[in-house]
Design a protein around this ligand. Sequence first.
Ligand code: NDP
Length: 330
Amino acid sequence: MSFRAHLLEESDGKVAGKLVELEESRLPEGNVTVAVDYSTLNYKDGMILKGIGRLVRSYPHVPGVDFAGTVEQSDDPRYRAGDKVVLTGWRVGEMHWGGYAEKARVKADWLVPLPEGLSAKRAMAIGTAGFTAMLAVLELERHGLEAGEERPVLVTGAAGGVGSVAVAVLARLGYRVAASTGRAQTHDYLRDLGATEIVERGELAEPPSRPLDKERWAACIDAVGGTTLARVLTQMAYGRSVAAVGLAGGNALETTVLPFLLRGVNLLGIDSVMRPYDDRIEAWNRLLSDLPMDKLDAMTEEAGLGDLPALADSILAGGVRGRTVIDVRR
Ligand code: NDP
């Protein structure tokens, strides 16, 4: 039985992908085979599709860091043929073949059941980016974020995948949400998701001019890193937390110890890849209760496997808005 896949090959140090038909015997080792319905486009997928950052060590390779689908065959008692499942993380799509194919074979430990009440498409509209946004919210709550904050919660890279879900969830939870974006054409979109104010990307992008600035934010979910994160740290209210999620604006961080010493600011690193089962179930349950589905639908675009090369260029250039689900049968 053959299936369609977006296969990456490396030649002379250059990585390129194409649509191919593969035999099932080519699938990697694993104890559950899944017929994939949807995968998605995340920033890391863009890097992998373009061979940036040496995230993939062995070619040929099927990328796609997340997927939702139906179990076809399972040697694990937790899953049976016909079960609906979701996968995010575990370096699938990186160290192991991923979701940009009609079939995937993975370890049962990496899967969770598709949350009840969620379609495969909506689960992937959330995908790794939305799942990570919820992990950030949970971590901020563990560090004291609660309803009734006077100051807004800042989301950087707000019009991207992580940012869009973060804005919609925080707004639903009743926070004032300041959405930082570099794209003027996304202001209405962000307000529709629930942002109460827009912060121009440029306002936060310059390196901080002093070690401590006016206390502006009750919390921050930062998808940008670099000088933006350095600047945000100087603007946090006393004792509050930044959940550092991403590096779309660079991975260097030049700061001073003063926000930590004199303001008691917490810098919380969020990693969605190696999350134990119970954490994943908690995050999916909270997404079901706290992410309005009409907002999720409004931030979702759909594409097919053949669109991936162009989408990779676009997401790395900061040009993708919200979430893009990949219908692998298209
Ligand atoms: P997107 O590309 O969808 O969103 C990133 C957003 O960042 C863009 O939409 C843009 O927002 C902003 N941006 C892009 N380039 C720049 C730049 N040069 N300077 C400042 N801002 C920029 O990506 P995702 O939302 O999927 O991922 C965001 C980050 O989070 C990535 O670095 C990704 O690797 C990371 N990530 C980390 C995870 C983890 O487990 N820690 C899991 C998932 C993602 P706007 O147009 O609004 O300014």
